[in-house]
Structure formats: structure tokens, C-alpha cells
Write a protein that binds this ligand. Structure first.
Ligand code: SIN
Length: 356
């Protein structure tokens, strides 16, 4: 016979088991709900809301960089049927070249295309290789570096600062401007010349007897107009689209240096994209860059023609002798900046040039 008291604990155990089951089922349902809802929401968001890419740059839209950015936007939006959207902010509308990198680190912008000269300040002095005066004679010389192993190695290095390098873009050869012709090294004496934030370019101006003044691109036109600086160096596309001809009486076609860009995307943003989304971005950018690099020279030539038509700025060419004198005056920059850029990078650049 079962003692009545002995049933009580058994009955109690049954209800505990049932209770536990109910509790587990409820917890399971809760966990499923908690996990499912955000995933479903993210999925719904992916379907309904396009991935937004903010692309900030500092030049005008009718420049090689401005046009390439527009082409990238058109290609990416068309190929993803609007599932990826690119908002372009030209002319330093969003950030100047001093602030844009920081903005990207903070997640306020996804793509930038800074000039190669601006990476030295960020801890990549090897990029100042491109600033060495008279390193390149033709655009093809530049391409050998940007399209070869050296270019890829440079882009790889950017990961250290949470950037993924998507490729290189040409602008063109830089020329010197001021309110006087700059035909001989002595003509630079005492001039305050606006430079980008590159120690190599600053050193080049000092070698010429000028005083380098580091200013953001967006402030350059005004600084020239108000006399804060006397002159600058730029490819003609930038000179023309910033209306520098209105504030500079003379442009001397020195072609002493080159201005190009690296296109970078924020690494945290990149990592959050799907493989397919990354492929879409890279392939649209590759096509835009191929196009941009094929039209950059033509755009600079067109800007020169437009400048000639205004007749506002006198345009000077150097004789071969003047060019040789300019070249030998800036030669010490190579020796002085070699240690900053890194002798192995310099050697790789020399090898790339001479192996052709
Ligand atoms: C640019 O082309 O992005 C600007 C170059 C400069 O700062 O001179």
C-alpha cells in the first residue's frame, strides 16, 4: 500500500517537469523570436533599402576625378538595379582634404579619392614617391608603377589604417603658376607657394628658394586671390576648374611632377558587405578607373585650350636649357627625402622604370 504521504512528492515532481518544459519552450520561442526578428528585419531592410555609399572628394565635377566618381556611381547603380546607391559630394562640400580621412575613420563617409601626396601625413611616407620632381616623363611611366607590383604593394599597406585600396586614378602633370613667369630657378625666390601636405613637395619648393605654405585644396583659390600665397602647382584641370586663372597672371608649363589619386574605401564598411556587393563595387570601380585613366590627359588638354581662349593667364613653356636648370635645382630633394620615402621603395620605382 502506498502511503498517502509518499504520493505528494511524486505529484509535485510531475508538475515541476511540466513546468520546466513549458518554461524551456517559452525560452526557446523567445530566443527564436529574438534571433529571428533582427535577422528578418536586416533582410527586409536589405530588400527595401539600398546600401548607401558616400563618396567625398575635393575637386570640381568636370575634372578627371569628378567625372570618374560620376561614372562609378552610374555603373554601380545600374548593375545593382539601385540596390547600391552612391551619393557624391564634390568640391569639399562635405569634408576638406584635411578632414576627410578622419571622417572615414569615424564612419561618416565610405569612399575617398585623396591625392597620393596626402598619404604621407597619414603615416605612409612611401606614397610621397610620386611627388619626387621629374620622376616621371610620361603618363606611361606612372602607369608602370600604379599598375605593377609596386602599386599593389602600396595599396595593400593602407589596411594598416583601416582602408581598402581599390585602385589608382591619374589626373596629370603639374605646372607652376604665380603672378610672374617662372622660367628660371631664381624666379621662385621668396614666393609663398601653396603646397599639398607632402614633405617632399615642401622640400621641392624650398630647393627653389620659395616658401611652402600647406593649405587644403578648398582654400587655395581664395588664398591666391587674397594674396595669402603667391603661387601654386597643379594640373591644368584643377587650375581651370577652380578659376585660378582669375587670380594668377602666369602659368609656366613645367610638368615637373605628377598628380594622381588612390581610391580608398573604409575597411569596416567593406567587411560588412557581402562578397557579391564587394565584387560589384570593385568591378564598377575598375571600369570607372579604366575610363578615367583613358580620358585624364585629354581633359587636361581641353582645360589648357579653354584657358588659352580666356586669354587671362599668360602661358609659358620652358626651353630645354631652362628645364635642365630647374631639374638640377630640385635634384637635392631626391637625396634628402630618400630616407623618408624609404630606399627600398625608391629602388623598386627605379627598377620598374628601367626594366621597360
Ligand atoms: C585634388 O586634385 O584632389 C587636389 C589636389 C591638391 O590639393 O592640390
Amino acid at each position: 500500500m502506498v502511503h498517502p504521504l509518499s504520493q505528494a512528492p511524486q505529484h509535485f515532481r510531475w508538475s515541476s517537469v511540466v513546468g520546466l518544459h513549458v518554461l524551456s519552450i517559452l525560452s526557446l520561442l523567445f530566443l527564436l523570436w529574438a534571433g529571428y526578428v533582427p535577422a528578418a528585419m536586416a533582410q527586409a531592410q536589405q530588400i527595401s533599402e539600398p546600401v548607401r555609399i558616400r563618396f567625398s572628394h575635393v575637386v570640381a565635377e568636370n575634372t578627371p576625378k569628378g567625372q570618374t566618381a560620376l561614372r562609378f556611381k552610374a555603373l554601380l547603380e545600374e548593375r545593382t538595379q539601385g540596390r547600391m546607391r552612391v551619393d557624391i559630394y564634390p568640391n569639399a562640400k562635405l569634408y576638406s582634404d584635411r578632414d576627410e580621412m578622419e571622417a572615414m575613420q569615424l564612419g561618416a563617409v565610405e569612399i575617398l579619392a585623396p591625392s597620393l601626396s596626402k598619404f604621407g601625413r597619414l603615416g605612409f611616407p612611401e606614397f610621397e614617391l610620386f611627388d619626387l620632381p621629374f620622376l616621371f616623363a610620361t603618363q606611361a611611366d606612372v602607369r608602370r608603377i600604379t599598375e605593377g607590383g609596386l602599386g599593389q604593394a602600396l595599396l595593400q599597406r593602407l589596411q594598416r589604417q583601416h582602408m581598402v585600396g581599390l585602385g589608382f586614378l591619374d589626373n596629370g602633370f603639374k605646372h607652376m603658376s604665380a603672378n610672374r613667369p617662372l622660367l628660371e630657378p631664381a624666379d621662385y625666390q621668396g614666393l609663398r607657394m601653396r603646397v599639398q601636405s607632402s614633405r617632399t613637395i615642401a622640400r621641392q619648393m624650398r630647393a627653389l628658394g620659395a616658401r611652402p605654405v600647406d593649405l587644403p585644396f578648398s582654400e587655395t583659390r581664395r588664398a591666391l586671390g587674397t594674396g595669402v600665397v603667391d603661387g601654386t602647382e597643379n594640373p591644368i584641370s584643377n587650375f581651370w576648374t577652380q578659376h585660378m586663372h582669375e587670380v594668377q597672371t602666369d602659368l609656366t608649363l613645367t610638368g615637373h611632377g605628377f598628380l594622381g589619386y588612390a581610391i580608398v574605401v573604409s575597411a569596416p564598411f567593406w567587411k560588412n558587405l557581402s562578397h557579391q556587393q564587394r565584387q560589384h563595387i570593385q568591378s564598377a570601380m575598375n571600369d570607372a578607373l579604366d575610363w578615367g585613366n583613358s580620358v585624364a590627359t585629354g581633359q587636361n588638354e581641353e582645360a589648357l585650350r579653354a584657358l588659352q581662349v580666356t586669354g587671362k593667364t599668360r602661358i609659358h613653356s620652358l626651353t630645354p636649357e631652362q628645364r635642365t636648370r630647374l631639374r638640377s635645382t630640385v635634384q637635392p630633394v631626391w637625396d634628402d627625402l630618400g630616407h623618408r620615402i624609404g630606399s627600398s621603395w625608391l629602388q623598386m620605382a627605379r627598377d620598374t622604370q628601367s626594366s621597360q
